[in-house]
Design a protein around this ligand. Sequence first.
Ligand code: FMN
Length: 219
Amino acid sequence: MSDNPAAPGIRAPRTAQPAFPIFDPDAAPANPVTLVQEWLAFAVAGGVSQPKVMTLATASAAGIPSARSLLLQHITDEGFWFASLADTPKGRELAENPCAALTLYWREHGRQVRVSGAVTVGPRETAEGDFRARHPNARARAIAGEQSEVLPPIDEMSRLIAGAASQLDGEPEFVPQDWTAYVVAPDMVEFWQAAAGHEELRLRYRREGAGWAKERLWP
Ligand SMILES: Cc1cc2nc3c(=O)[nH]c(=O)nc-3n(C[C@H](O)[C@H](O)[C@H](O)COP(=O)(O)O)c2cc1C
């Protein structure tokens, strides 16, 4: 229970701190994308829970922000890829204000990665490959209704999902036109590493010309 009367139940009791991986900013590679790949591979190998789940923050043209969890699909030279439907709140925000921020948090390793940059729509084949690799139920639900719209009555919803499932049975390669692969081209990548005794480390990369400027930040 909380020891903070202003926020009952929020503050967890102190527990022993786990041993965090060592991060040496001076030995970090010149390209931050390489370091994200290294940290992600380490998180996957280390059994971190849901290592590819990231928070995607977007904003409307009026500057109203919104954020949600998504799966990081790939990291390439072009940037950080995710997939979703374009005719959704996030898709509409990206259409009117094509930039985004991402965060990945690997609790077990005390690590956070922040990325921000311009967002572009990837090739149709990438979106198709992503959609076809998804679970059949997820595909049927994406086809059956409008993501983020209010659900119809439950009978109607079941009927729409059953209809979409039978459409997929007859046409297993079907991909809705609206399914979209997006890529965030990073212009800033920041690494945060927890350490014993609250000696956290931060390293930020900023795009500078064809390369990257690296700087340590106060934690
Ligand atoms: C762990 C996790 C992974 C998710 N992955 C995706 C994803 O890859 N694509 C997607 O469209 N929604 C995904 N969602 C759902 C989104 O968080 C969100 O509810 C949905 O995309 C609607 O967002 P919007 O209303 O801001 O457009 C995921 C949710 C969670 C909790």
